[in-house]
Write a protein that binds this ligand. Sequence first.
Ligand code: NAD
Ligand code: ZN
Length: 351
Amino acid sequence: MSEVPKKQMAQVIEQKGGPCVYKEIDVPTPGPDEVLVNIKYSGVCHTDLHAMNGDWPLPVKMPLVGGHEGAGVVVARGELVDDIEIGDLAGIKWLNGSCLSCDFCMQSDESLCPKALLSGYTVDGTFQQYAIGKAAHVARIPKGTDLAAIAPVLCAGITVYKGIKEAGVRPGQTIAIVGAGGGLGSLALQYCKAMGIHAIGVDGGEEKEKLCMSMGATAFVDFTKSKNIVKDVQAKTNEGLGPHAVILLAVSEKPFQQAAEYVRPRGTVVCIGMPAGAYLKAPVFDTVVRMVRFQGSYVGNRQDTKEALDFFSRGLIKAPYKIVGLTELNDVYDKMKQGAIAGRYVVDTSK
Ligand code: NAD
Ligand code: ZN
């Protein structure tokens, strides 16, 4: 452990609502079942902004180092860890740890574990140079991987990959991706393309339209211009029947109300985005006679992680990202609040 410094730079949220304060803090020491990862790059997820704003009915640690898309190098490990080596590449994701022995963990629904530890929410995350993760849960990243490019896969990629699985669609069928020009959305389009699923991107503005089409969307609907989202989405599908599934990634409530109307009968509405204080609302009659299914989807388990990363390693997932210094995190949040980010921002922890 000799090369691990005692101090490091981090972005610390000191009070609900922020901002982040760039300052020097102690380098943490891993416990017996943990590893210390020298984070090189971390993606900035909209969840990090929800955490800073205190948007959700789940208590958040304070002061807090946010971030949960951290890719780096293992520099220390606890005495119980023997399946990951110093020098290995690893990723710290939202699910920092879970008990591994409750009913949920035993059935590989680790995100439902009542004792789950959440990076950048209940434990300090990856907007620091050295972060801790439970060895059982850190993502194994193959040697030689571009750490900046894989960072967004660690939350956005895993989450949308899992959401597509939960949607139960087959190759050749159609999914509408709502919020398709954002961080999760751009990756969702790439996973759909890799799986042979038609994807209709729904988002706003020309920049996002361009991005969605370049990510492999079959069609695009601009929610800022559309006078009738339901008709416009259905019109992009085979015989106008509507998509087989809708994946909701948007950070506003309205699209959550619209999806049930345009999904195809027997289709699935998968909720992933979590706008503050939002509710699902759908007419009971239509839901019944159209046999619509509603499904929440929450990150992914360790196997989903392995599979989502494998798509990346095979060169199938290439979504745009912009690298900025860790010092610029507050500016990234400002852009995110305005919905002005096409794709993902990734922070370089050395700058
Ligand atoms: P982002 O800000 O990068 O993207 C959100 C996109 O939604 C933007 O492109 C925005 O233009 C678009 N949008 C806003 N209103 C819209 C509307 N009415 N119709 C269509 N598009 C609209 O955010 P992100 O990082 O991709 O995260 C998206 C959401 O997913 C957040 O709420 C985040 O907390 C959540 N999330 C959930 C999980 C999970 O496990 N369920 C995991 C990660 C993130
Ligand atoms: Zn996230």
